[in-house]
Each structure stands twice: as C-alpha cells, then as structure tokens.
Design a protein around this ligand. Structure first.
Ligand code: MN
Length: 363
C-alpha cells in the first residue's frame, strides 16, 4: 500500500550525556536533570528530587535514530514522518527545578545545544525552545533568544510554579512577547509539578493519565482568565493528551460562563468554547476519539504525533496505526490531522512525496 505521509506534532530529541557540562558552570550542572540506569531502574535526579521508573515497564528497544540524526531521518522516512516537532526528553524534567538560577541556566544551555547541534541538520526538525517559568523577564529574554536562534515553538510547562499560575497578571508581558514572536506555546505531559499520585493497584495507568491533567487545567486558566482572548494570535499546543478534551472543556467553560456570568471576572467578549477551539491545538498518537473530535465534533486543531523515540510512541508501526485510525475518515479529515493543522503552526518544507496532501504516492 502507498505510504501515508504525516507531520508529527510530538517528537523528542535525545540529549547528549554531557549536555549540561558543555554549557553550564560545574556547580549548577551537577544539579541539572540527569539519569542513571541500573538493572532494575531508570533513575532521574533533578535539583535534589529523585524520579524512578521500573525498567520492567519499559521493555521496548530504543529506535536506531534516537542518538544519530542521520539514522533519525532514515527512521522518519521509513515511518512516513516528514517534519517532526522536537520536544526535550531528559530536559522535560527541568519543570521540576525549584532554583531560579539553575532553571534559567538549563534553558540557556539546552537552547544553545538544540539550535547549534540539531536544528541546522535538517529543516524537517522543528525545534521547541525551553524557558524557566520562575521569572517573567527572564522567560521573555530566553524565548526571544531561542526563536532568534531557530526555534519555532516555546515549551510552556504544564504545571507552573506555585504562585505563578497562568491566569495571573505576572505572566501578561510574556503572553504579549510570545504573541509578537508569532510562535506557539507548546505544552507536553510530564511537565506538571506533581507527577506521582500514590501507590497501589492501577498506579502505572493512573499516573500516566494524571500527567496529562495538568495541561488541561492550565488551558482552562488561559481561556477562563481571558489570556487567549486578549492575545488572539497566541496559540497553545498540547502534546500527548488526546484531543477530545478540548471540546469537552469548551462546553464546561461555556456552561460556567452562561450560568455564572454574574461572577465571571474578567468579562469575556466571546464564549470561551469558541476561543479554546480557535487557539488550542492538540496532538495524539493512538487515541481513537481524536479523529472523531475532528470529524464529528468540529474541533479541527488536531495533529497526529509519533512521539519518537519514546516508549509511548509508534516507532515500527506508525503506518499501521495511521491506517487503523483513518479507516473511516474522509480525505479532508486525514489531510487536516496529518498535515494541515501542523502547517498552520509551523513553517516547514512541503512533503515532496505527496504534493496533493493526501494519501502518498509511495516513498
Ligand atoms: Mn511526547
């Protein structure tokens, strides 16, 4: 069968082991996020916190291109992935840092490495720069620097530091600056502050779902407080959390706005359900309801994502996943999810394999 080519709204770099040593003073590098593996556990150390994952839960092999950009492009060709959004992997844990100086230094070092060692390699790599969420002026400067260096999105951690929630005035200059930069704010699960919710039956599944709830909460802050309405060119993407929660949350916010409007502050000009559908984008890997969100619920800001090279991704079977997802979908829905929504956010070269933007003519 012909290959279905896609742009992926969720991929990840694989940082070099000496990333922090290259770009930061040694006293800070020692506290930056780093991982240690033994026979049983993958353990990450972040600014005094320890995050441990049982390796038995993650048995899948790492794709060949995880650490080689040349092989990564070959993997992408084989899987039918043209452009790929590049989130951090280990550096996602920067969201757990509580020290202002450390987080800012990590963001600086990461953006330097991403934009000098990876992004110049291919226009198919679409970089997401990172910022510290602890100081607005610093976040603005680092976002501007990252975009100047070549990033096309800025990572917004889905669980902000306490006292810096996204509905608060303290962020207002940052929203204006990012709107001016004309790049989306990109959220990704696993960057909320509370990651583990407990022990006992079901916790592996519960924790994975919990890691996605933070971004949903943060999006409700951005919509309900009028941030997205005041900044109509500001767009937010949320990776790896499915899509159908957007129209759901839009309905919930509309209900509250309709029934509780006397208490709503600030007043909103348009129903929040319209704002969320217009300015919030999502990416998903396997969620069947995500395609239905486009075809049946009229929420069209949906991108597919391969989550390469992570365990939750589709490496090795991306084409089967896509065929299965789109079995009953119209060509318009397929085009929107595989390419259209992505190209609204990110300027990437057109896919040469299928200029008509539909099912590919083979690779
Ligand atoms: Mn991902």
């Amino acid at each position: 069968m012909d290959k279905l080519w896609v742009n992926s709204g969720d991929g990840h770099v694989f940082e070099p082991k000496d990333l922090w040593q290259q770009g930061m003073p040694a006293r800070l590098a020692a506290r930056a996020p780093h991982g240690v593996q033994d026979e049983r556990y993958d353990t990450s150390y972040v600014d005094g916190e320890i995050i441990r994952r049982d390796r038995a839960q993650f048995r899948l092999p790492r794709p060949p291109g995880a650490v080689s950009l040349d092989l990564r492009l070959k993997d992408m060709d084989n899987e039918g992935v043209w452009a790929q959004l590049q989130f951090p992997s280990g550096a996602l844990y920067c969201a757990f840092i509580r020290d202002y100086e450390l987080w800012a230094a990590c963001a600086h070092a990461y953006n330097d490495w991403l934009t000098s060692d990876m992004l110049p390699y291919s226009p198919r790599f679409v970089g997401v720069g990172i910022i510290s969420a602890m100081d607005t002026d610093d976040a603005i400067k680092e976002a501007q620097r990252a975009v100047t260096l070549g990033c096309k999105g800025i990572l917004l951690c889905d669980g902000p530091p306490e006292g810096r929630e996204y509905n608060l005035e303290v962020w207002e200059p940052f929203w204006s600056a990012v709107e001016e930069l004309n790049v989306p704010l990109c959220m990704h699960i696993g960057t909320g502050r509370t990651y583990k919710v407990g022990r006992g039956p079901g916790t592996a599944l519960i924790n994975y779902c919990e890691s996605g709830y933070h971004c949903i909460r943060s999006v409700s802050h951005l919509v309900a407080s009028g941030v997205l309405e005041r900044h109509p060119r500001l767009r937010v993407t949320v990776a790896e959390s499915g899509a159908v929660w957007v129209p759901y949350l839009g309905d919930r916010l509309d209900e509250a706005y309709r029934q509780h409007s006397a208490f709503a502050f600030p007043p909103l000009e348009v129903p929040p359900g319209e704002t969320i559908r217009r300015q919030v984008y999502t990416s998903f890997q396997h969620d069947r309801t995500a395609v239905a969100a486009v075809s049946s619920l009229g929420y069209t800001n949906v991108m597919w994502g391969d989550d390469y090279p992570h365990f939750e991704g589709t490496f090795g079977h991306s084409q089967e996943v896509l065929r299965d997802l789109f079995t009953a979908a119209s060509p318009e829905v397929i085009q929107r999810v595989t390419q259209g929504a992505f190209r609204e956010l990110f300027d990437v070269p057109p896919i040469p394999h299928n200029e008509n933007n539909l099912v590919g003519a083979g690779s």
